[in-house]
Write a protein that binds this ligand. Structure first.
Ligand code: SAH
Length: 236
């Protein structure tokens, strides 16, 4: 599985992609990540990637040509099943199921916008337009990093013990993970649930299952098709 990221700040994610699970997976060759400088796909001496918006208005819009040239160059080099994704707050919300679906691909090309966003015609050259949440970032790089992490950890050979992935939030149901504890058994009067110290695995599994659903109902009733309780709604 490889990730090709198109950005005007190709070094921005270097630190993040060289540590932890992702850094190890790259070193082991389980995944490849390449950040491409969008300016390498311009054809003018000033390597311009943005221009003023048609119709007027504040800020700059990213031009269509560099993105399309870059997509075509990468698609020409990377064989197999590749999908092209534009990061945008106007996209459909990215979910765990997308990460699982994309992890089966040979490659994912991620387009990062900046400024006021990208020329709408870029959409004619991408497979999906995806948002990581209902808020606006200054650029697509952080969103691309979130998608790389979520997708890479669903890729076989990336996370050592896949059963740890299977017990995570969202894995096989719209449900959050169970609460976790580690030593010490007591901290400032806060104790660890007795059942976790019991050594009774069946009982522990039952407790985790119940707690996971309880936490989901409390924090994310929307996942269960329930209405948030009064006072817990966004609108107060
Ligand atoms: N004017 C746009 C926002 C542009 S933000 C609008 O009103 O919708 C600049 C860039 O940041 C976008 O092109 C996109 O690539 C990235 N970005 C911002 N918020 C994002 C989000 N929630 N999810 C994914 N990408 C986002």
């Amino acid at each position: 599985m490889r990730f090709d990221i198109l950005t005007i700040f190709p070094g921005a994610l270097d630190g993040l992609f060289s540590v932890g699970v992702i850094g190890q997976a790259r070193a082991a060759g389980a995944i490849e990540i390449e950040c491409h400088d969008l300016r390498d796909y311009t054809d003018d001496p000033h390597r311009v990637v943005d221009d003023r918006p048609y119709g007027g208005g504040a800020g700059m819009v990213m031009k269509v040509e560099p993105f399309v040239r870059a997509i075509e160059a990468i698609r020409g080099r990377v064989g197999g099943h590749v999908r092209t994704v534009l990061l945008s707050p106007q996209g459909r919300l990215f979910r765990q199921a997308d990460a699982a679906r994309w992890a089966a691909l040979d490659g994912l090309i991620l387009l990062c916008g900046r400024y006021e966003g990208v020329d709408e015609r870029v959409l004619a050259f991408v497979d999906e337009e995806v948002s990581i949440g209902d808020y606006v970032l200054t650029g697509g790089e952080v969103a691309a990093a979130a998608i790389v992490e979520a997708t890479a950890r669903m890729t076989p050979g990336v996370v050592g013990r896949f059963d740890s992935v299977e017990s995570d939030s969202f894995y096989d149901a719209p449900r959050l993970g169970a609460p976790q504890y580690t030593r010490p058994p007591e901290f400032r009067g806060l104790t660890v649930p007795e059942v976790l110290l019991s050594g009774d695995h069946a009982k522990i599994e039952g407790w985790r299952e119940r707690e996971a659903w309880k936490k989901t109902a409390k924090n994310r009733p929307d996942l269960l098709g329930m209405r948030p309780e009064a006072g817990e709604r966004d609108d107060g």
